[in-house]
Design a protein around this ligand. Structure first.
Ligand SMILES: NC(=O)c1ccc[n+]([C@@H]2O[C@H](COP(=O)([O-])OP(=O)(O)OC[C@H]3O[C@@H](n4cnc5c(N)ncnc54)[C@H](OP(=O)(O)O)[C@@H]3O)[C@@H](O)[C@H]2O)c1
Length: 271
């Protein structure tokens, strides 16, 4: 399908990982604000359904693109596909992500490689490719979804947390580069959120939500979009997330050592 979306009104937003969780809620929030959408994820059925439902509910145009963003060529392919459809992107949301627990020495190398491609390489290159046009037009916004886990290095989530730390630093540097052109960059760092990111047999998501220790994705997205359109540099959504970020920075290293010894997601010491 070839179609052309011109930059009228608030412009077009591209959201990666838009078929579920925080990404879907971000896409809905952007549509509520009148943005046409390009929605990307790797499963054709769910992303097509998300695009149809959001377009019908909010009266915007929504393109669905199916792509595995964990492949090295993904950013270039997505950029080429967006150009081919004649779409100009005004808001870039790098949200797609995956999660796994475990010791670095136990990680499946293919799974670890895919996470690094998805969290580090692809979002960085999407910023390179899409912010060129924003810089030339002197307008645009970028939202990068990092995580509370970027605030402290935690055993058992070394790949995840370190890749999110990269995104936090990348967002800051990119923000400084682009601010002189009128393009804003915002880093959203959610804490625990009740989504399909976690294996429910390991993380009791429903219980977490009921106890109020996991946020609803729409609340995270609402806070993220407010921060994005206010041009904030970094946003931790929710009081508990902000308290945990402070705790993460202040907690002594010996507590991290205790965590390593007793965390249920790590091998018992000595085995
Ligand atoms: N949930 C939390 O507690 C939490 C906390 C902090 C940060 N975050 C971050 O928030 C972001 C969204 O996660 P979520 O919690 O909303 O989880 P989610 O519901 O599982 O959503 C993840 C999204 O990423 C997409 N995705 C995963 N692998 C992909 C790939 N290889 N190619 C293309 N798309 C891919 C998924 O699409 P498919 O289903 O098609 O694969 C899905 O749309 C992630 O970056 C995550 O790290 C989440």
């Amino acid at each position: 399908m070839t179609s052309s979306i011109r930059p009228v009104g608030p412009g077009v937003a591209l959201v990666t990982g838009a078929c579920s969780g925080i990404g879907r809620a971000l896409a809905e929030g952007l549509a509520e604000r009148g943005h046409d959408l390009v929605l990307v994820s790797q499963r054709e059925g769910p992303i097509g359904e998300a695009a149809r439902e959001i377009a019908a509910a909010h009266g915007v145009r929504a393109h669905a693109i199916t792509l595995d963003l964990a492949r090295p060529e993904a950013a270039g392919e997505l950029y080429a596909e967006v150009l081919r459809r004649g779409i100009e992107i005004d808001v870039l949301v790098n949200n797609a992500g995956v999660f796994f627990f475990g010791e670095v020495a136990d990680a499946d190398p293919d799974r670890a490689n895919a996470m690094l491609q998805l969290h580090v390489v692809t979002p960085s290159l999407l910023c390179t490719l899409f912010t060129r046009g924003m810089r030339a037009r002197r307008r645009g916004r970028v939202l990068i979804v990092s995580s509370l886990s970027a605030w402290r290095d935690i055993p058992g989530i070394a790949y995840y947390g370190s890749s999110k730390k990269y995104l936090r630093g990348f967002a800051r540097a990119l923000r400084s580069e682009l601010s002189v052109y009128g393009v804003t960059v915002t880093c959203l760092a959610p804490g625990a959120t009740a989504t399909a990111l976690y294996d429910p047999s390991v993380v009791p998501v429903d219980l977490g939500k009921r106890l109020g220790v996991m946020m609803a994705p729409r609340d995270v997205a609402r806070a993220g979009l407010e921060a994005l359109f206010a041009g904030e540099a970094e946003h931790l959504p929710g009081g508990l997330t902000r308290a945990m970020a402070l705790g993460a920075v202040l907690v002594p290293e010996r507590v991290i050592g205790l965590l390593r010894r007793h965390a249920p997601w790590l091998r018992p010491v000595g085995r």
